[in-house]
Design a protein around this ligand. Structure first.
Ligand code: NAD
Length: 286
């Protein structure tokens, strides 16, 4: 068993992240002294720092693992010794395990995290036809998770239509999952949403800086389920309007908490307690 854990999160503008507290609390509950540092390139002391330099420093200082976030999830792959098949397939790593010899392995717990959150929060939801809005960093993980969850027809819309096309093609290339994925223009979004079983928002629309909803909720039926990855705030306008229509909803905490649960297991070899991790996450306020 690992006697202690030294962990970190590398990214831009991450000083308010809830991930350090989730790991430190969970480590303590398992009697594993855990220190989790943010390595925020927005801080003046890290101005001009390169990812490779930060990664090598963490390895040399004896870190046991790292979470990686915007803008480094793709770039980090080039600096790792090994990458697990899921992360390799989507071309994005958010968790790096560093063993005692300094050997690094990349994983993507955003994919497993969204899938676990979906299974817990939308159990039994119909997945014949799903509309996903947003094909950026979070959207790529969500798209592959929806495919793993057995979505038969996945329609992807993004203001950057090439991004939506790229994600649809990448999902389609994974024959094993059997999902038919295609991109649509924003002008086709409402029609697609009106006939879908479920809608997933993977854009920043709904955050304070991006108010509103990414799709007109008037087209939802009471049996449409609606998931949002935004978690600042947890109660987005999209979810509030959907719930008012009687729809089942899933907020962004499911993905955020479950990515940390899966990462904790990779770092420590121990199962995290989902209720405790969620409680820590929610203790920050919605
Ligand atoms: P991103 O910038 O990488 O991607 C956002 C995508 O949305 C872009 O492709 C953009 O073109 C598209 N977009 C923006 N507005 C749109 C609109 N009105 N209609 C259609 N497409 C639109 O951002 P990201 O890293 O993917 O983050 C997106 C959101 O997900 C943020 O709110 C972030 O906080 C959240 N997020 C949540 C979790 C979680 O664990 N719950 C994890 C990662 C990100």
């Amino acid at each position: 068993m690992t006697p202690s854990l030294l962990l970190g999160l590398i990214g831009d503008g991450i000083s308010a992240s809830r991930t350090p507290r989730m790991h430190e609390n969970e480590g303590a509950a398992h009697s594993i002294p855990t220190i989790y540092r943010t390595v925020d390139i927005a801080e003046p002391r890290l101005a001009g720092a390169r990812l490779e330099e930060l990664l090598n420093a963490a390895i040399r200082l004896g870190f046991d693992g790292l979470n990686i976030t915007h803008p480094f999830k793709q770039q980090v792959i080039g600096f790792l010794d090994a990458v697990d098949p899921v992360a390799q397939r989507i071309g994005s790593v958010n968790t790096v395990v560093i063993d005692g010899q300094g050997h690094t392995t990349g994983h993507n717990t955003d994919v497993t995290g969204f899938a676990a959150g979906f299974r817990a929060g939308l159990r039994g939801a119909a997945t014949e036809a799903v509309v996903q809005i947003g094909a950026g960093g979070a959207g790529r993980a969500v798209g592959f998770a929806l495919a793993e969850l057995g979505v038969a027809e996945l329609v992807i819309a993004d203001t950057d239509v090439d991004r939506a096309r790229g994600l649809a093609a990448d999902i389609g290339a994974v024959a094993a999952v059997g999902t038919r994925a295609r991109a649509i223009g924003l002008d086709e979004l409402e029609a697609a949403a009106a006939s879908a079983n479920g809608i997933v928002n993977a854009t920043p629309v709904g955050m304070k800086a991006y108010p509103g909803t990414p799709v007109d909720t008037a087209v939802f039926g009471a049996d449409t389920w609606v998931a949002d990855v935004v978690y600042f705030p947890l109660e987005t306008q999209l979810l509030a309007e959907a719930r008012a229509k009687g729809c089942r909803t899933l907020d962004g905490s499911g993905m955020a908490v479950n990515q940390a649960i899966d990462a904790f297991e990779l770092f420590s070899g121990q199962k995290a307690d989902p209720a405790r991790m969620r409680e820590t996450f929610l203790s920050f306020g919605a």
